[in-house]
Design a protein around this ligand. Structure first.
Ligand code: ACO
Ligand code: KIV
Length: 516
């Protein structure tokens, strides 16, 4: 890859990312993340701001001493002490860089720095020269370039390139720019600055208007060859451009970019999880590339499309960014094709289309009550569907259970017995007891309850409960199962399932394993 084709990825998770309130990292945590970034093959790791604290100095030093395959960078204001401290932290780096900056926008110069433009220009040149005395690789940023006057910006950049800055980074510090404008800014700077070809143009975009990635990409299309970004888009205020978005956009839309990165994108998820785990900043599920839903499909039409041809609804491969695979989430919007495919994956073979339809109907009912249907839910559904299509003399139509402090619980049920609707009410020592007594009152199975057990099939308060009921009649023992998000309904279903077995003419004279 030639320099022209190479898009340099400058990761600033450990510096600007750490500026997210609450995202402070220890030295060892920074080293762990830096190693993961090195494995991802980022070109430059900005490890911190050495003057900020003794701890950050130690962190930058430790990263510089550990990392061999990426360049390690330290940030410094345009001040002697900052530059010297950065140089000291980077002394043992295999490849180091000092990144010095000073603001160039009217508002920052007048209100914050309280310096005239000429003083700022002079200090910028001085800082770059001082840094160059310590290290070969110096980057300069005119902070708040996105709100700076173009003529002044050109003057500053031309002067710092002459002073030895190898990279000039154009920050949209407050995320104020929009893509067309920011792209045009890069094109104008490159065209107007006479020595522009002596430096690499870089961009550093913030996400205050949600445009950090779009602005960075617009800049790349206009000749920027370094992008500063962070894992998961971590960073000051609304964050920085997200590394994973930049890298995958350039790779996925090769048709639009005349450059690419050298990253091993399969390491992206690893870095994302590590950064999220260390900082405690959870990744939103719908975050591009690294969110839990980025490669998940729940809608039937999409699932059907992906099952037939993945690219109908996926522009990237989940594996290419480090997910093990894409995910089909079964839920209320899913269709038969995805349902059938998941059952096949689970090794469940339904003997007829009728059984599949019964299971699918139950699945939709359950999906109305439960956000996500897990494999265990499916197993339970299929068991029920299979039981349902077997000879069923008793079916649950509806039920109502009352349980109130100080009152005797009661249950009223409507069942279909041999196709005829029957209702019954009973009191009991508890709601389950009342339910079973009401069923027994209608069905008159004459059996005795031997066992009642409840299991949560999946986790969460919306989990399905699976109930097993064991009945005994005349030495014959049967087990009935029922599952539902309502534990009383699951209990009624289990009792009815067992009754159906009791009422069904026994094929054998003695209790059999198949009955139980
Ligand atoms: C856009 C960015 O992300 S820039 C990086 C922002 N990151 C950080 O600030 C994190 C680390 N910062 C810190 O730990 C501290 O702010 C320090 C150690 C750098 C400085 O602390 P202090 O000396 O107490 O100064 P304080 O932070 O209160 O104020 C900043 C000073 O730096 C000056 N300053 C700001 N930027 C620059 C610059 N690029 N070059 C020179 N001076 C600068 C300000 O004008 C102010 O000067 P003043 O004290 O004469 O008014
Ligand atoms: C130091 C510079 C590059 C910065 O972080 C910004 O302007 O946002």
């Amino acid at each position: 890859m030639s320099a022209k084709d190479h898009l340099i990825i400058f990761d600033t998770t450990l510096r600007d990312g750490e500026q997210s309130p609450g995202a402070s990292m220890t030295r060892d945590e920074k080293v762990r993340i830096a190693k993961a970034l090195e494995k991802l093959r980022v070109d430059v790791i900005e490890a911190g701001f050495p003057i900020a604290s003794p701890g950050d100095f130690e962190a930058v030093k430790a990263v510089a001493e550990t990392i061999k395959d990426s360049r390690v960078c330290g940030l410094a204001r345009a001040l002697d002490a900052d530059i010297d401290r950065a140089g000291e932290a980077l002394r043992h780096a295999n490849a180091g860089r000092i990144h010095t900056f000073i603001a160039t926008s009217p508002i920052h110069m007048e209100k914050k720095l309280r310096m005239t433009p000429d003083q700022v220009l002079e200090r910028a040149v001085y800082a770059v020269k001082r840094a160059r005395n310590l290290i070969d690789d110096v980057e300069f940023s005119p902070e708040d370039a996105g709100r700076s006057e173009i003529d002044f910006l050109c003057r500053v950049l031309e002067a710092v390139i002459d002073a030895g800055a190898r990279t000039v980074n154009i920050p949209d510090t407050v995320g104020y720019n929009i893509p067309d404008q920011f792209g045009a800014l890069i094109a104008t700077l490159r065209a107007r600055i006479p020595n522009a070809d002596k430096a690499i143009f870089s961009v550093h975009c913030h996400n205050d208007l949600g445009l950090a990635t779009a602005n960075s990409l617009a800049a790349v299309r206009n000749g920027a060859r370094q992008v500063e970004c962070t894992i998961n888009g971590l960073g000051e205020r609304a964050g920085n451009a997200a590394l994973e978005e930049i890298v995958m956009a350039v790779r996925t839309r090769r048709d639009l970019f005349d450059c690419d990165t050298r990253l091993d994108t399969t390491q992206i998820m690893n870095c994302s999880r590590l950064v999220s785990g260390i900082t405690g900043f959870a990744v939103q599920p719908n975050k591009a590339v690294v969110g839990a839903n980025a490669f998940a499909h729940e809608s039937g039409i999409h699932q059907d499309g992906v099952l037939k041809h993945r690219e109908t609804y996926e522009i990237m491969r989940a594996q290419d960014v480090g997910w093990s695979e894409n995910r089909m989430v079964l839920g209320k919007h899913s269709g038969r094709n995805a349902f059938r495919a998941r059952l096949q994956e689970l090794g469940v073979v339904l003997s007829s289309e009728e059984e599949l339809n019964a299971a699918f109907a139950r699945f939709k009912e359950l999906a109305d009550k439960k956000h996500e249907i897990f494999d265990e839910d499916l197993q339970a559904l299929v068991t029920e569907a299979t039981l349902e299509t077997a000879n069923e003399r008793v079916k649950l139509i509806s039920m109502r259970v009352c349980s109130e402090t100080g009152e005797t619980p009661s249950a009223s049920l409507v069942l279909a017995l041999d196709g005829e609707e029957r209702s019954g009410t009973s009191a009991g020592s508890g709601p389950v007891d009342a339910t079973f007594k009401a069923i027994e009152g209608i069905v008159q199975s004459g059996s005795t309850l031997k066992l009642y057990s409840v299991n949560a099939i999946t986790s969460g308060t919306d989990a399905q409960g699976e109930v097993t009921v064991r009945l005994e009649k005349g030495g014959r023992i049967v087990n009935g199962q029922g599952a539902d998000t309502d534990i009383l309904v699951a209990s009624a279903k289990a009792y009815i399932n067992a009754c159906n077995k009791i009422l069904h003419p026994a094929k054998r004279a003695h209790p059999q394993a198949s009955d139980v």
